[in-house]
Write a new protein. Structure first.
Length: 395
C-alpha cells in the first residue's frame, strides 16, 4: 500500500476572545460551525459532499459542545448530512491531534478530503455535579468547574502528579533556573510580536470574524504593556518566591480553527494551490507535573522521522501555555534559533482556547510557509497530565 501525500489547502480561525469577553455569548458548537462553513465557502469549486470526514479537537465536551462537537458543527454549518464528524480529546493538543488523525486517514487512502480543527469556549464551560454514591442524599453537593485543570481527581493518583498547571510551570522554572524577569520579557515580546503582526495584516488571510460579534482582532493582546506593568502583577500559584503570574501565562479563551486537508485528487477538485504539505508527527509522554516540557521529545522525534534538524526550520509555532514552559523547552533545544519561534506572537498574547490551539498553530505554520514560498515548519504543544505533540509541515 502506498502512502499518499497530504496537503493543507486552507486554514481559518476566529479571532480569539478573552474569558467572559466578546465571544462569551457564542456557543462552542456555533464557533465550530462558523469556521467549518467559512473554510468550505473559501473553496467554492469543492462540492461539500466530497468531505469524507470532519475531525475536531475539544478539551471539554461537558457542555454545549454536546459530546461530539464535530458532528454538531457539520449539521449547524449546513453541510450535507452525509458528512460525518468525530471529536478527539488530547487536552491542549486536541486541535493538532485532529489534524494528525485527518492527515493519517488521507495518507492511508481512507479519505480524500477532510476538515480538521478545534474549538473551545472556556467562558461557557459548565459546572458539573458528581452523581451521589446512593440515591436521595440529604446534604449539600459540590459543583466542579470544567473551565480548566483537574476535577474529581482519582485519589489513586500520586499527589505530585496532580499539581495545578501553574505550579507545573513553576516546577519548570525551578528546573531551568528561569527568573521572573526572563518570563516577563518573554511575555512582553509575545504581545509586541502579536500587535505588530496584526498591524501588518499578517493575520488577514486566516482570521474570519464571527458574524454579529464586534471582534476583529485577538482580544487579549496588550499593545501598551511593559516590563514595569508586568512586574506589578503578583505570582498566581506560589505566594512565596513564585515567578508565574497572569501576565506571563496564557489567558482563558474562546475560539475555533479549521483546516482543509486533501490528497492529490482532492487538490485537483479544489483548483487551489496548497499552503503546505504534512510531513510527520509525533506524540510523547512525560512526568505529569512536568507537562510543560512535553514538546521537547515530541519535537525531536517528529524532526527525526522527517529527516530534518532544527537548522532546517523556517518557522516554529510553539504554544505558550506559560512563558516558563516555553522558555524551558527552548532551553532544551540549544541548537534551535529562538528568532524563528512564534514570529507573529504566541498564546501568552493571542490566547489559548484549549481544543482550538493546536489547529491554530498548524494553520499559522501553513500560512507562514505559503508566504515564504518554501521551507519547513513545525507546530508543537505541551499537554496537561504530561504529554507533548508535534507536527512537521513542508512547502
Amino acid at each position: 500500500m502506498s502512502i499518499r501525500d497530504v496537503y493543507i489547502v486552507d486554514a481559518v480561525r476566529t479571532p480569539i476572545g478573552k474569558f467572559g469577553g466578546a465571544l462569551a455569548s457564542v456557543r462552542p458548537d456555533d464557533l465550530a460551525a462558523h469556521v467549518v462553513r467559512a473554510l468550505v465557502d473559501r473553496s467554492p469549486a469543492l462540492d461539500p459532499a466530497r468531505v469524507d470526514d470532519v475531525y475536531f479537537g475539544d478539551a471539554n465536551g461537558a457542555g454545549e459542545d454536546n459530546r461530539d462537537v464535530a458532528r454538531m458543527a457539520v449539521l449547524l454549518a449546513g453541510l450535507p448530512v452525509s458528512v460525518p464528524g468525530v471529536t478527539v480529546n488530547r487536552l491542549c493538543g486536541s486541535g493538532l491531534e485532529a489534524v494528525v488523525q485527518a492527515a493519517r486517514a488521507i495518507a492511508l487512502g481512507d479519505a480524500s478530503v477532510a476538515i480538521a480543527g478545534g474549538v473551545e469556549s472556556m467562558s461557557r464551560a459548565p459546572w458539573v455535579l458528581q452523581k451521589p454514591e446512593r440515591a436521595f442524599p440529604a446534604g449539600h453537593q459540590q459543583l466542579h468547574s470544567t473551565t480548566l485543570g483537574w476535577r474529581m481527581t482519582n485519589p489513586k493518583m500520586p499527589a505530585e502528579w496532580t499539581v495545578a498547571l501553574g505550579e507545573g510551570a513553576e516546577l519548570v522554572a525551578d528546573k531551568h533556573g528561569l527568573t521572573r524577569e526572563q518570563q516577563d520579557a518573554f511575555a512582553l515580546a509575545s504581545h509586541r510580536k502579536a500587535a505588530e503582526a496584526w498591524a501588518k495584516g499578517l493575520y488577514d488571510d486566516e482570521v474570519v470574524p464571527y458574524p454579529g460579534v464586534e471582534l476583529t482582532r485577538d482580544e487579549c493582546i496588550r499593545d501598551s504593556t511593559s516590563m514595569e506593568a508586568l512586574a506589578k502583577l503578583k505570582p498566581a500559584f506560589r505566594a512565596e518566591g513564585g515567578t508565574v503570574t497572569p501576565g506571563n501565562s496564557s489567558p482563558l479563551n474562546d475560539g475555533a480553527a479549521a483546516l482543509l486537508l486533501v490528497d492529490e485528487d482532492g487538490l485537483r477538485e479544489t483548483g487551489r494551490e496548497p499552503l503546505a504539505r504534512i510531513r510527520t508527527s509525533a506524540v510523547t509522554g512525560i512526568e505529569p507535573q512536568l507537562f510543560g516540557l512535553g514538546p521537547v521529545e515530541a519535537v525531536r522525534r517528529a524532526l527525526g522521522k522527517a529527516g530534518r534538524s532544527f537548522a532546517d526550520l523556517t518557522t516554529f509555532e510553539l504554544n505558550e501555555a506559560f512563558a516558563a514552559q516555553a522558555l524551558g523547552c527552548l532551553a532544551e533545544w540549544p541548537e534551535l534559533d529562538p528568532e524563528i519561534v512564534n514570529p507573529r506572537g504566541g498564546a501568552v498574547a493571542l490566547g489559548h482556547p484549549l481544543g482550538a490551539s493546536g489547529a491554530r498553530l498548524a494553520g499559522s505554520v501553513a500560512h507562514q510557509l505559503a508566504a515564504a514560498g518554501s521551507g519547513t515548519g513545525l507546530a508543537a504543544l505541551c499537554i496537561g497530565v504530561g504529554q507533548g505533540i508535534a507536527l512537521v509541515l513542508e512547502r
